[in-house]
Design a protein around this ligand. Structure first.
Ligand code: ADP
Ligand code: GN1
Ligand code: MG
Length: 359
């Protein structure tokens, strides 16, 4: 339970969904930090189910860290319970809040600085997936149904385009054309799943690079955070979002598209880090689609930004007019860059995968 005298609190991080704050409490003369989050209930409709998932996942991760003799409070998120022992607080105004121990001497990166950061981040996400392979207690709840169902995401986009409720389609002609021309991509992983070629697993589903904390001193990926979307999914959704967020040479909302490209050394870092942790449980079809998943998820998130732009910016937090359209343009530029390098990415993937299995 939280104790000490409240000192101050400030907004923290650059997430698009929840409201995150860092708060300091005086504990015996020393300031101690905590993370407080107001859960976005427009998006997460069933907070009790969401928090039940998070309690199960964090206690499993912490148990495993302890078994390995590691410092569990740095290797897993630790929920700070309310005074009456609950995982979250239903506060005035209908807002739901939760609190985590602050992980000190580690940080997240919005843009990955070196290929070895990419490797460490991917290793941490791969280890996290491995950890979830034997999560006790049955299937996790789907906090956002069809989260990565790219066919449904495409249909949502078509609906938003047909309605054009804010008369914005005219500003996004090129992006709309690109989206419509890319339709054939959207069923590839869904069909592989349907045919049984790739299995459902428990996945993170939001493996944006700023959702993993790297140790300040060693740069090791120590803790996967932002667990709201941990639920049944495909391993490739996680790898794809790592490619989208870690190989990009620019920011997610960069307006100068000449700065956007897929950086191959960072891709190599991702594949080697990810396979070092997940190589033992991924099947052939999953390995064969690692490069493709990067293109698909980059396209999918671009499509979601475009849909939100057309719908009047109702989902992602925005900081300026046209912000979602800028984000969409960046994702589509990156998807094109991945497309033009896909065969080279596949060659590299095979080389690293072969090295992994021969070790
Ligand atoms: P959002 O859903 O808004 O993305 P996150 O859970 O990712 O929220 O938190 C936002 C940011 O706050 C993260 O990118 C990270 O920098 C920081 N953060 C979150 N949890 C912790 C923690 N337990 N310790 C330290 N920093 C944290
Ligand atoms: C959101 O919460 P945050 O900022 O880590 C979004 C992801 C998107 C991402 C794009 C629940 O993630 O799906 O990929 O923005 N999360 C949700 O930056 O929709
Ligand atoms: Mg986040």
């Amino acid at each position: 339970m939280l104790h000490g005298q409240f000192l101050d609190a400030q907004p923290y991080g650059s997430g698009h969904i929840n409201d995150t704050f860092v708060a300091r409490f005086d504990q015996s003369g020393a300031p101690v930090r905590y993370i407080f989050q107001k859960i976005n209930q427009n998006i997460f409709k069933d907070v009790a189910a969401l928090m039940d998932n998070i309690e199960r996942v964090t206690s499993h991760a912490s148990r495993r860290a302890k078994e390995k003799g590691a410092d569990a409070s740095r290797r897993a998120l630790t929920l700070v319970p309310t005074r009456d022992g609950r995982s979250h607080l239903n506060a005035a105004g209908g807002h739901a809040w939760r609190c985590y121990l602050f992980i000190e001497n580690a940080r997240t990166y919005d843009i990955v600085e070196t290929p070895s950061h990419a490797r460490e981040a991917a290793r941490a996400f791969g280890t996290f997936q491995g950890l979830l392979n034997d999560l006790p207690g049955g299937r996790l709840r789907e906090t956002i149904p069809d989260f990565h169902n790219t066919r449904k995401r495409f249909e949502n986009f078509q609906r938003a385009l047909a309605a054009d409720a804010h008369n914005r389609a005219a500003n996004a002609r090129d992006e709309i054309d690109f989206a419509l021309k890319s339709e054939s991509m959207v069923d590839v992983l869904l069909n592989l799943q349907k045919s049984g070629a790739i299995p459902e697993r428990i996945t993170h589903n939001d493996t944006k690079i700023n959702n993993v904390m790297l140790d300040d001193a060693t740069h090791e990926g120590i803790c996967v955070i932002d667990l709201d979307t941990v639920m049944p999914g495909l391993a490739l959704y996680d790898f794809g979002d790592m490619v989208r967020s870690a190989t990009n040479s620019g920011a997610e909302d960069e307006r100068d598209l000449s700065k956007i490209s897929m950086r191959m050394p960072f891709y190599e870092g991702l594949v080697s880090g990810y396979l070092s942790a997940a190589g033992s449980f991924l099947n052939e079809a999953e390995r064969a689609h690692l490069a493709f998943s990067g293109k698909l998820i980059t396209f999918e998130i671009g499509l979601r930004f475009l849909t939100d732009y057309l719908e009047g910016d109702v989902y992602f937090k925005t900081k300026r007019p046209g912000h979602n359209l800028d984000r969409c343009r960046t994702q589509f530029a990156l998807a094109r860059s991945i497309d033009s390098q896909q065969s080279a990415m596949e060659t590299i993937t095979t080389r690293i995968a072969n090295k992994e299995t021969s070790q």
